[in-house]
Design a protein around this ligand. Structure first.
Ligand SMILES: Cc1cc2nc3c(=O)[nH]c(=O)nc-3n(C[C@H](O)[C@H](O)[C@H](O)COP(=O)(O)OP(=O)(O)OC[C@H]3O[C@@H](n4cnc5c(N)ncnc54)[C@H](O)[C@@H]3O)c2cc1C
Length: 380
């Protein structure tokens, strides 16, 4: 593992940083207010080659690794977590299709990798969040078709997605792992409709949707992998996804440290800049140290994944530490800005709200601790 960014990583992060500052920054606050997602920005990111980084060139991607991918996501999240998540979730669909899809399904990757289409990942339901294996949406085999019924919750960008990777039950209700299968669903399939859009604390640009499935009839060729592989596919995807969420946490933490440091230099109280008081400078020192520690964990998980080595525990550690770090750092940044930190005149209150969701998605941080604990305690 090398601490020096490669030329490619420097180029990618520079591209992503410029794009985030020139294209997302000017609209982000108003769009957060208006809950407006701009798919055209994803298409532009695609033209820059930033929406299909970890998939092979043969499938339309950049054929690069997660060490490259995390540099891009950190830059996007340093301005808007919603756009980083959009790229990451579309990336999740690509990674699933590349690893588990058949040849025809792999053809679907190119549009996603080019930013011309958006992907979604639909696992959670009202009754099954952390306990994903208890999902109740059913897919019943009917000749050469499956008929899917149920209601999914929390599906990020289901309203703008062209393809949705959806988990449904094909086996017995008490078969938590082998009873679940993954399906590639097309937007507009009869019987598939959008339900309510969640009213959230933050990340308003990113729409979080209920999905209702009423007798959705799809050809059996929409099955991804084999029947019963769905839980394994979802968990494999989430292992990689956790690295992307951790990278997003780095972005908001870094921006918060920049804003707080600038404020501590310039804001004077009792006749001198507040940064000259140890109470503030030590807070900044802890923020910067935590950020660097988190970055090393994220880089290690990405490195292991790129090497084809086991990385599940390390991805859980990176997600847990980086997102808890982002929550702490964004909260401390608000504190350093004082009353101004609590207003929308500065982005740190938004970053604080965005940090919170990162502790919840792709497995809550309690679930990350379960993953890490199990790996420590497993018998060899
Ligand atoms: C903005 C947003 C976007 C999302 N996007 C998607 C998406 O695109 N696709 C998708 O499928 N899902 C998505 N989700 C759902 C997300 O993955 C779940 O919210 C998450 O997994 C937690 O599930 P839950 O909300 O049902 O909470 P629960 O599972 O009910 O958990 C509630 C609390 O109990 C704790 N808990 C649960 N079980 C245990 C345990 N065994 N030990 C200790 N503590 C435990 C949890 O950590 C949590 O603190 C999204 C959620 C949000 C908020």
């Amino acid at each position: 593992m090398d601490f020096q960014p490669t030329e490619m990583q420097t180029e990618l992060s520079g591209l992503a940083r410029r794009f985030a500052r020139e294209k997302i920054q000017p609209v982000v606050e108003q769009d957060e207010h208006d809950e407006r997602f701009r798919p055209e920005l994803i298409a532009e990111l695609g033209q820059l080659g930033l929406t299909g980084i970890p998939v092979a060139e043969a499938h339309g991607g950049a054929g690069l690794g997660y060490q490259d991918y995390i540099t891009v996501l950190e830059e996007l999240a340093s301005v808007s977590v919603s756009y980083a998540i959009s790229v990451a979730v579309t990336g999740l669909a690509q990674v699933i299709l590349e690893k588990f899809g058949n040849e025809a399904q792999k053809q679907r990757i190119a549009r996603l990798a080019a930013g011309q289409a958006i992907g979604a990942f639909s696992l959670s339901e009202a009754g099954s969040g952390s306990d994903a294996g208890s999902l109740r949406t059913t897919a019943r085999r009917d000749g050469d078709h499956y008929v899917i019924n149920g209601t999914k919750l929390w599906t990020t960008q289901a309203d703008s997605a062209e393809v949705i990777m959806l988990m449904a039950r094909t086996g017995a209700a008490d078969d938590r792992t082998r009873g679940v299968s993954t399906f590639l669903l097309e937007q507009g399939t009869p019987g598939l409709r959008l339900g309510k859009r969640e009213k959230k604390m933050g990340c308003h640009i990113s729409h979080t949707m209920e999905l209702v499935l009423e007798n959705v009839r799809v050809p059996a060729s929409c099955l991804v992998g084999r029947e019963g592989d769905g839980f394994k596919i979802a968990m494999t995807a989430l292992d990689s996804g956790r690295i992307t969420i951790a990278a997003s946490a780095l972005g908001i933490a870094r921006s918060s440290i920049e804003v707080a440091t600038g404020h501590a230099r310039q804001r004077e109280q009792f006749g001198k800049p507040i940064g000259e008081y140890q109470g503030v400078s030590f807070l900044l020192a802890d923020m910067a140290t935590r950020y660097d520690a988190a970055k090393l964990l994220v880089q290690r998980a990405a490195f292991l994944k790129d090497q084809g080595l086991p990385f599940s525990t390390e991805a859980a550690m990176a997600k847990l530490f980086a997102t808890d770090m982002a929550m702490q750092v964004t909260t401390d940044a608000v504190q350093i800005l004082g009353g101004s930190g609590y207003t929308q005149d500065f982005p740190v209150e938004r970053f604080m709200r965005e940090a919170k969701v990162l502790q919840i998605v792709e497995g809550t941080n309690q679930i990350q601790r379960m993953v890490i604990g199990r790996s420590l305690l497993k018998t060899h």
